[in-house]
Design a protein around this ligand. Structure first.
Ligand code: X90
Length: 276
């Protein structure tokens, strides 16, 4: 059985060794310019260019055709999408799945609505690869994925909510607290897959302590952590150090956000996916 994992670029994951993996780009549009969030995109350069862009900017998710192209002709597919509460990506993937299995009734597609973004998606993708390698049937793998998702979480800190607010991706109540100077928001992906602020912090040290306590409140006890950051590698390293001080055996990996998460997390933003 040929097996494939497909995810949209909101996962921040570029490559995955040992398994057939395809990343499907979202797009960031600013005036006449479109930034396709594929392997060629320099997200840091995009962020620098967007600073001098005066007008509106928007994003667009993959369409059904994009997903179908990524499915290729694999017999078994796990497809991981950004939260359906904030993007049409999951809906497009579900329509693609229906088309795909109608055309090839013997093939299987599991669409996983991450109800999250960035590194929590990466945890789900890595788990799918691990389950596949352990030789499970597709039905068993699907059940295990559902069970695993109950134990993964996303926390984050953002220094600006400008693009989230401008694109209507947060509730009016959250938009109302945005724009406070020198305040970092700490939050989580809610059970419904929306952005839920949990604290407002002043200063870096305070923010890391808040992030770690958010993780521990949600059951973090030293398991896997995946961190992505927008132009803030030093912060991701300091956060890793904080985690390892208390959980020396933690499996932590750091990466830079790709285009979509850079755009919404903005400069200085950091996303943390973890097992609870
Ligand atoms: O369909 C589209 O155009 C994409 C829209 C995406 C909107 C939200 C992206 C959030 C990226 C920002 C911080 C974490 C929030 C997590 C909430 C579940 C990351």
């Amino acid at each position: 059985m040929s097996f494939k994992i497909v995810a949209d670029s909101a996962s921040d994951l570029r490559v995955l060794d040992g398994v057939d993996f395809t990343s499907v780009p979202l797009t960031i549009n600013a005036g006449d310019h479109s930034y396709v969030d594929d392997m060629n995109l320099d997200a840091a350069k995009m962020m620098a260019e967007l600073k001098s862009h005066k007008g509106r900017s928007t994003t667009a998710c993959p369409n059904t055709h994009d997903w179908l192209t990524a499915f290729g002709d694999a017999e078994e597919i796990v497809c991981v999408t950004i939260t359906s509460a904030l993007s049409g990506s999951c809906n497009a993937a579900q329509v693609a799945r229906e088309d795909y299995v109608r055309a090839h009734p013997e093939r299987r597609v599991l669409v996983v609505d991450s109800l999250s973004a960035g590194p929590e998606m990466t945890l789900l993708i890595e788990k799918a690869a691990e389950l596949h390698h352990s030789g499970l049937s597709f039905d068993e793998l699907s059940r295990e994925m559902t069970a695993y998702q109950q134990h993964t979480h996303l926390t984050f800190t953002l220094q600006s909510l400008h693009n989230l607010v401008a694109n209507g991706r947060v509730s009016p109540a959250v938009a109302a607290i945005a724009g406070l100077l020198n305040i970092r928001i700490v939050g989580v992906a809610s059970d419904e897959g929306t952005l839920q602020p949990t604290a407002r912090c002043r200063g870096e040290k305070r923010t890391y302590a808040e992030l770690l306590s958010t993780m521990e409140q949600r059951g973090y006890r030293g398991g896997k952590v995946r961190i992505t950051h927008c132009c803030n590698a030093a912060a991701a390293q300091l956060m890793t150090d904080r985690i390892r001080e208390k959980h020396p055996d933690a499996d932590v990996a750091i990466d830079a956000t790709r285009g979509l998460c850079s755009y919404y997390a903005e400069e200085g933003g950091m996303l943390i996916g973890f097992e609870g």
